[in-house]
Design a protein around this ligand. Structure first.
Ligand code: HEM
Length: 401
């Protein structure tokens, strides 16, 4: 069912587009489309499916993310205001959310992540060593997806041989467009398959505890009670999506960026201390997360007359690429002083894994460029990005063998 448009093509006086965020497109097309719309409007109505609001004013996006009382996380999928699944902690609101974050915060603190530095570096170097003498490879499969996933599986205590299984579920849960999965049945099937897997892992740990995050989480108390199997599952399903997809996407964009900017590549090879700012800048400029919220009351935001129960999409790119916020916003500047981007979100749901993500991204760039300092994008590729989370679909690089 499409939202009813008025004869002038608007919806309740607000510009309306059949804008489908889940459809793929040529490389960087999503980010550029956001720039274009943000230049013209502070918000619009997407007429896809039953319709939802989209805020394209950078400061308004950040304000909404920080106002959890008005913009609830009960649904975080613009196309699905009443989801049949729960992701913990992402789909909880305070005060329950706060309890989860307090416990999880210890596991993902800067100190806990710094203690993993050696292991993370070793995982990166092992994978890069496999490809470095080959003269070229599809880097997303060979490196970008395997590296953080391996770390994450170790952290959760999951068997590494199940990696390919996980990558398939992540694809169906996060990367299917509205056209490919109009009733979200494939997404739901993948969530159910992943849930079945985790149920088994949880049952195993109830029988024989191990030294891993899953086992530790089972002894936590929320609202004075041990966490139920149902909530453990909801936590696992979110963690594996959050941990499996985002870092690979960022590594893909980083290698794409440095392949296209040889002068910046040489600069980070000569002075690896520039990588830190480079990573932040790439997260900012190639911003790919598009949160959504469900309004708890009538509110006007970005010029949109939002009603209680409506879904509101809050693309981070419009803040991170906002010319009102950054000088030359679309440039990756290795010397930029201001790094207050919101690529990890803002407010109470700000990314739990940001310290791990930063560690992985910095290590990935350091170790890659130490071993493969000179590379380019192989000819003859039609570079496409996926919808929903804007990652590259594939990226083949070449270098002197
Ligand atoms: C470059 C990599 C990453 C980026 C850009 C990223 C981005 C984000 C963003 C924007 C949010 C907020 C979503 C919202 O407001 O609805 C978020 C939440 C979250 N992220 Fe990340 N993330 C990354 C890596 C990770 C990793 C590696 C993990 C875990 C191992 C992780 C775990 C989470 C969790 C659990 C949440 C939900 C937090 C909550 O609801 O309180 N993320 N992430």
């Amino acid at each position: 069912m499409s939202a009813a448009l008025e004869p002038d093509g608007t919806y309740k006086g607000v510009p309306a587009y059949a804008y489908d965020n889940t459809a793929g497109g040529p490389v960087l097309s999503h980010q550029r489309r956001w720039d274009e719309i943000a230049r013209a409007h502070s918000g619009f109505r997407s007429s896809v499916s039953r319709g939802y609001w989209v805020v394209t004013d950078g400061p308004a996006v950040q304000r909404a993310l920080q106002d959890w009382e008005t913009f609830s996380n009960k649904s975080v999928t613009a196309l699905d205001p009443d989801p049949k699944f729960l992701w913990i902690p992402e789909m909880l609101d305070p005060p329950l959310h706060t309890e989860w974050r307090r416990l999880l915060g210890v596991e993902f603190s800067p100190k806990a992540m710094a203690a993993r530095q050696t292991e993370v570096r070793q995982a990166a170097t092992e994978l890069i060593d496999v490809v470095k003498d080959t003269g070229g490879t599809e880097v997303l499969d060979a490196f970008a997806r395997r590296f953080p996933t391996r770390i994450f599986m170790r952290l959760m205590g999951l068997p590494e041989e199940d990696l390919d299984l996980f990558l398939g579920w992540v694809h169906d849960i996060l990367h299917l467009s509205f056209d490919q999965d109009p009733d979200r049945s494939r997404q739901l099937a993948a969530i159910q398959a992943a849930s079945g897997y985790f149920e088994e892992q949880i049952a195993q740990r109830r029988r024989i505890p191990r030294d891993d995050l899953l086992t530790r989480a089972m002894s936590w108390e929320i609202e004075g009670k041990r966490i139920s199997d149902r909530d453990m599952l909801a936590f696992c399903v979110l963690m594996f999506q959050a941990g499996f997809d985002t870092v690979p996407i960022s590594i893909g964009w980083s290698l794409y960026h440095f392949a296209n900017h040889p002068e910046q590549r040489r600069a980070i090879v000569d002075d690896p201390s520039l990588i830190r700012t480079g990573v932040e800048e790439i997260l900012r400029v190639y911003s790919f997360v598009v949160p959504a919220r469900k309004a708890t009351k009538d509110v006007s935001i970005g010029g949109c007359p939002v009603k209680s129960g409506d879904m509101v999409m809050l693309p981070l790119a419009v803040s991170n690429r906002d010319p009102g916020r950054y000088e030359d916003p679309l440039e990756v500047d290795l010397h930029r002083q201001v790094t207050n981007h919101i690529a990890f979100g803002s407010g109470v749901h700000r990314c739990l894994g940001s310290h791990l993500a930063r560690l992985e991204l910095n290590v990935a760039m350091e170790e890659w460029h130490r071993r493969i300092p000179d590379y380019r994008i192989a000819d003859g590729q039609d570079l496409q990005q996926t919808g929903n989370m804007y990652g590259l679909k594939s990226l083949r690089l070449e270098w002197p063998a």
